[in-house]
Design a binder for this molecule. Structure first.
Ligand code: PMP
Length: 394
């Protein structure tokens, strides 16, 4: 029977990972998958995480089941981290999920349950899994203009014009910070304007925040999400702890549904817990407990904040270095946007052929749409990459 299966096309990011692993050239550079790396190319366990794990190991006496929605203590620390005191806890339904992807999936399932004929509005471009999951669930999709390849910045007018067409009950997916793949951020005024537009259209914002702390800072990166939460009665949120806590494989995420009042919160909470039950019952706990341990202990929080700041500053410095190296190689400022983008990713504007040439001729791996993981660059590889990019993109 299995012979009737048509294998789905492999996600382009996972395909690049496999090609890179099989490449035997010593000079190979992995700028594909979205994983943070230190200057010497490692993705270490954060010190705060190690210490939290040690405490858990020493004190944990059972690994018996928890509640279906996960640990309320984890919900609380994540609510504080993302929303601060913007909305009362009594309006926030929360669900621990396996990673940010799990949160995206559960929120989109909730959307389908609520309004099966809703359209999900996704930025053009976006993390490919957004449209993949929404499409898999049978939801309608519309892309809205976001990135302007001409300027390397935001197509603000295009975005506002497209989103003005959203209908009540539609879901508008926004990246909370560090837009993947473009690195192009919304200003605070843009967030306010999008909020006002959503008020007018009746569409619901869905903020995917996977890189809090990788852009300008923990508070700054949550500012857009908080603006929407302050302006609108209903907001959906998916958050990931994969990057900012380095807990990639432990699968730590959280889904929030901010509701208009406490009574509705209870309904949303029960529905979210039901969705966990249908998909995998109890969410993973270990990584969530690590996050909770860190964020409830001032000493560990400080260690974590310091590590996160070092990561963020390292990425900013790398952005500046690659932009400088490309300015020198091309005698132009056409890659200047690399310094002003935020987060791990930027689009270098390469055609599919140029992406292939970077891979085949120079063993440099970027994603097919020209997405470069800035954190994959090291002081050693920057001159090499800059020369190759200048040569290939001429
Ligand atoms: N949203 C976005 C925009 C992402 O880039 C990612 C990670 N690539 C995720 C969500 C989810 O990550 P994870 O499931 O590994 O937590």
């Amino acid at each position: 029977m299995f012979e009737t299966l048509t294998p789905p096309e492999t996600d382009q990011i996972l395909r690049i990972m496999a090609l890179y692993a099989a490449d035997e050239r010593p000079q190979k550079v992995d700028l594909g998958v979205g994983v943070y790396r230190t200057a010497d190319g490692r993705t270490p366990v954060m010190a705060a995480v190690k210490q939290a794990e040690e405490r858990i190991w020493q004190s944990q006496e059972t690994k018996s089941y928890l509640g279906l929605a996960g640990d309320p203590g984890f919900h609380a620390v994540m609510r504080d981290l993302i929303l601060g005191d913007t909305v009362p806890a009594s309006r926030v339904a929360a669900l621990a999920t396996p990673g940010g992807t799990g949160a995206v999936r559960q929120i989109l399932e909730l959307t389908r349950n609520l309004t099966p004929d809703a359209t999900v509005w996704i930025s053009d471009p976006s993390w490919p899994n957004h449209s993949s999951i929404a499409g898999y669930l049978g939801l309608n999709l519309r892309l809205y203009r976001y990135y302007d390849p001409e300027t390397g910045g935001l197509d603000r007018d295009g975005m506002m014009a497209d989103l003005a067409e959203a209908k009540p009950g539609d879901v508008v997916l926004l990246h909370g910070c560090c837009h993947n793949p473009s690195g192009v951020e919304l200003s605070l005024q843009d967030w306010r304007d999008v909020g006002a537009l959503l008020q007018r259209t009746g569409a619901i914002p869905f903020v995917d925040i996977a890189y809090q702390g990788f852009g300008e800072g923990l508070e700054e990166d949550a500012a857009g999400t908080r603006i929407l939460a302050g302006m609108l009665p209903e907001v959906l949120i998916a958050a990931s702890c994969s990057k900012n806590f380095g807990l990639y494989r432990d699968r730590v995420g959280v889904a929030f549904a901010i509701t208009a009042d406490d009574e509705t919160q209870a309904k949303a909470q029960a529905t979210l817990a039901f969705l966990n039950r249908q998909n995998y019952s109890f969410p993973p706990d270990h990584g969530a407990r690590v996050v909770e341990t860190i964020l409830t202990d001032p000493g560990l929080t400080e260690i974590w904040r310091t590590e996160l700041r070092e990561m963020r500053e390292g990425m900013s410095a790398t952005r500046q270095s690659i932009a400088d190296a490309l300015r020198a190689e091309t005698s132009s400022d056409r890659f200047g946007f690399l310094a002003s983008n935020r987060g791990m990713f930027s689009l270098i504007g390469a055609t599919p052929e140029q992406v292939e040439a970077l891979r085949d001729e120079h063993a440099i791996y970027v994603v097919g749409d020209g997405r470069m993981n800035i954190a994959g660059l090291t002081p050693d590889s920057i001159p090499y990459v800059a020369r190759a990019v200048a040569q290939v993109m001429g």
